[in-house]
Design a protein around this ligand. Sequence first.
Ligand SMILES: Nc1nc2c(ncn2[C@@H]2O[C@H](COP(=O)(O)OP(=O)(O)OP(=O)(O)O)[C@@H](O)[C@H]2O)c(=O)[nH]1
Ligand SMILES: [Mg+2]
Length: 302
Amino acid sequence: MTARDQLPDRAAKRLARRDVHGHEVPSPRRPSSPQSSPPALEPSSRSSPDRPDPRRSATPRVSVVVPARNEARNLEVVLPALAAQPVVTEVVVVDGHSVDGTLDTAARVMPDATLVTQTRRGKGNALACGFAAVTGDVIVMFDADGSADAGEIPAFVAALVAGADVAKGSRFAPGGGSDDITALRRYGNAGLNAVANGLFGTAFSDLCYGYNAFWTDVVATLDLPPTATADTGGPIAWGDGFEIETILNCRVAAAGLRVTEVASVERARMHGVTNLRTFADGTRVLRTLAAERRRAKFLRSR
Ligand SMILES: Nc1nc2c(ncn2[C@@H]2O[C@H](COP(=O)(O)OP(=O)(O)OP(=O)(O)O)[C@@H](O)[C@H]2O)c(=O)[nH]1
Ligand SMILES: [Mg+2]
């Protein structure tokens, strides 16, 4: 019996049937014929969902990384929701120099959470600091604003246990949705997905979504900016901002890792204001795609 078999029907249905390379993801019960793979930059250690990597646990320890910048009120709700998930073994809250008592709130609401203060600014740097602090086998990226449903975590973990290297949340996969996306952002997202898929030969349906999970051993492949360097002031350093999800997806695709999309429903932020600037951050994502394409070509030519 696989972990997918042990899931409630609702969670099992969230597993999309295609991975981001457009390949059908074989069901453990009904294996399909082998599919061709996109070019890999590194020796492939990829596994297929019906043949999980034997070096990885069938019952992984799950670390949830929560980037939080002025999210005290939301953490009052979000941390108990994570604590209520039996599959979660560790929560790492990464504070972005908040001025609303985010860290104090986290310590009070969840005394056993790991609390980290990020070294520079930006969501990307926060996540990199969180990834460096985890002790689990699996990392779940989980926003602190109340938009992510902790009840979906088992579906992400099941996708990984079934053989994916990365479980990519998608609001646009069948069964997904969003209460929080404007028409402008929806069109912007679709355009960015199309550019990414054209450049990387992928079939991402939601490039910029922040709810994703992966095996901790994938962090090395991501080659994120080092966290030890201090902030030099001025603009947020490259890789430290909201382009982080794009960087992650491009590097995972370039390395030929196996990605399974997991349908996810995004809720509206509960309290507070967004840190995202639609046009500025959208442009940053576009520039990131170009830079990541050059990086992938360079790595392949070595
Ligand atoms: N530590 C840290 N967390 C951040 C930073 N920027 C954003 N975050 C967190 O990252 C998560 C996502 O940020 P949001 O501002 O909600 O951006 P979004 O989800 O893309 O946009 P909306 O939900 O539509 O407002 C939230 O939990 C934020 O608190 C940062 O610089 N440092
Ligand atoms: Mg949000």
